[in-house]
Design a binder for this molecule. Sequence first.
Ligand code: ADP
Length: 244
Amino acid sequence: MTQTRSLIDENGIRTDGRTGNQLRDIQIKVGVIKNADGSALIEFGKNKIIAAVYGPREVHPKHMALTDRCLLRCRYHMSPFSTDTRKNPAPSRREVEISKVIREALQPALMLEDYPRATIDVYIEVLQADGGSRCAGIAAASVALADAGINMRDLVSACAAGKVDDKIVLDINDTEDKEGGADMPVAFMPNHKQITLLQLDGKLNSEEFIACLNEGITGCMKVYEVQRSALMQKYFGNETELKE
Ligand code: ADP
C-alpha cells in the first residue's frame, strides 16, 4: 500500500468528515433473523452486515464431528450488490481466507468444550461494504453468538486502525483502506484483554506499529460498548444498566 494523494486536510479532517481518532457511527440490532438461533445486524459506517448463528446442532457430514469439543464453522460472504461493481457471488479466495481468520478470532471466546460432537455455524453476509467489513462482521457475529445463548468467556470486539498521510488514525474507511498507507484490523476480548486477530496490510515502523495497535484496541473497547448496549436492549430493554 503506497499512498499517492492526501486524505487528511489541513484541519485534520478525513475524507468522511471524521477526526483522526473518531469512530464511524455504529448501530447493532439483535435478533433480526427469525429462523436463526441468534442473529445481529450491524451498521458500521456504511457497512451493513448480517450475522446469523445456528447451533449447537448435529454435524453433517458426521465424520467432521469432534469428540472433545464443538466444531465451529464460519462463512464470510459478500453479496453481489455489496460493492460498486457487481461482485461474483461465488466464494473468492479473499472470502475463504477471511472466513478462516474470523473463525480463529471468535474461537477463543467460545466454550466449545461444552458441546462435544456438535457444530455451531456462523454466517456473515455483507449487504453493503465500506472497508473494515471483517471487523464489523466479527463484532456482529460475536453478538449473534451471545444471542444464540452459546456459552462464552467474553465478547469479541473488532476495529481497524491504520496509517493515512503518515498519521495513525482509527477505523479506516473504504477510501483510506484502498488509498491509505496501512490497514491493521484488530479483534480483542475486552474483559480478558486478549487479542484474537491482528493483521496488517501496508508498512509501519515499530513505533507506528505500537501506536496503531493501541488505537485499534481503543476502537475495540468503543465497539464493545455498542455490542453490550445492543444485547442489553434486547434482553433487559435497557441500554444503560447491566446487572453483573
Ligand atoms: P475489509 O472490508 O475487512 O477492510 P478488504 O480490505 O479486503 O477487507 O476490502 C476492502 C474493501 O474492498 C471492501 O470493503 C470492499 O469495498 C472492497 N472489495 C473487496 N472485495 C471486492 C470485490 N470482489 N469487488 C469489489 N469490491 C471489493
